[in-house]
Design a protein around this ligand. Structure first.
Ligand SMILES: Nc1ncnc2c1ncn2[C@@H]1O[C@H](COP(=O)(O)OP(=O)(O)OP(=O)(O)O)[C@@H](O)[C@H]1O
Ligand SMILES: [Mg+2]
Length: 296
């Protein structure tokens, strides 16, 4: 099975080299960013969607993948109802390009299928087809995966596949404790932790409040887990965000100059400055994780 996964990675590298000769020369490849949190409702979906829009405005081709079908977060936030999701791709009823929905905001969305482990039940042909379909996403510059809160094995797979895990917390003590909890689980569950762990503090009243939370989180992670967590930035608690949610439009669209929008732009700017580690996740790892699950 390992040989087969390696063969697929090889295939993908060749395909990429064929289709994106320039990008290959530059060493650029699809960056996979997983947005996660310990506690629910801290702003993951808002951050995923609005970061995607900020990237798109910077000229990037962005796909937002909803890793949680059950809650259909991304769709609701954009007032869209995709008819099909990854499940249909797995079942060979649709292609990736067919289920991917372009939005009016310059980003595309893919609705997830709950239970990636279902892949274990696929026939060899279906599996091969699914991998091929997944590869077609490698045309994107950025894939942002919005996860559900907490740690299902599903979420862990997405985190493991990512180049960057953006952990979202608010200044609430419960959210901070849970954010620390998820960092700890990431550290223990994922072997060869190579991705960049990034922290975003959402819904803050002041810069100082954000800094206090970030300092605490980064120092505890360093001290007790020996992990480097990079403080990516904060987002102000902003009335425009809740208004945007009610209107089912991204706040970056409702008001690109509102406090929350400016913060998101700043975060994406920081993200762009932080290099993707050569050894981190990416598609190869995503495939490997999926194959790993099949074996396990
Ligand atoms: N910066 C902010 N300012 C004001 N309100 C915010 C902000 N961020 C999030 N909210 C509020 O929090 C709510 C939850 O946000 P969101 O749905 O993005 O969280 P989530 O982490 O994706 O939740 P879930 O865990 O349920 O998926 C939003 O509906 C919005 O009202
Ligand atoms: Mg959400």
């Amino acid at each position: 099975m390992k040989d087969q996964a390696e063969k697929l990675r090889e295939m993908m590298r060749e395909k990429n080299a064929r289709e994106h000769p320039v990008r290959q020369r530059d060493g650029n490849r699809t960056r996979i960013i997983t947005v996660t949190s310990g506690k629910g409702g801290v702003g993951k979906t808002n951050i995923s969607v609005n970061m995607a829009i900020a990237y798109a405005r910077a000229g990037k081709k962005v796909v937002v993948m909803d890793a949680d079908l059950g809650l259909a977060n991304v769709n609701v936030m954009l007032n869209m109802i995709p008819k099909f999701n990854l499940y249909h791709v797995i079942r060979k009823q649709k292609t990736m390009q067919e289920i991917m929905v372009e939005t009016e905001y310059g980003i595309s969305i893919v609705a997830g299928a709950s239970g990636f482990s279902k892949i274990a039940n696929l026939t060899e042909e279906e599996r091969q087809n699914f991998i091929n379909e997944l590869e077609t996403l490698s045309n994107a510059d950025i894939i942002i995966i919005d996860t559900s809160a907490g740690v299902s094995s599903n979420v862990m797979d997405f985190i493991a596949a990512a180049d960057d895990a953006v952990i979202v917390t608010t200044p609430e003590p419960t959210a901070i404790t849970d954010a620390y909890g998820i960092i700890k689980i990431i550290a223990t569950e994922i072997d060869n932790l190579n991705m960049g762990l990034k922290l975003v503090v959402n819904r803050v009243k002041t810069v100082a409040e954000a800094k206090k939370v970030a300092d605490r989180m980064t120092s505890i992670a360093g001290q007790f887990l020996n992990l480097k967590v990079e403080y990516l930035g904060f987002i102000y608690d902003d009335y425009v965000v809740s208004q945007a949610v009610l209107k089912q439009k991204p706040f970056m669209v409702i008001d690109p100059k509102c406090k929350a929008s400016l913060c998101v732009q700043h975060i994406v700017g920081r993200m762009e400055k932080s290099e993707v580690r050569e050894t981190s996740g990416g598609f190869g790892k995503m495939l490997k994780r999926i194959f790993g699950r099949i074996n396990g």
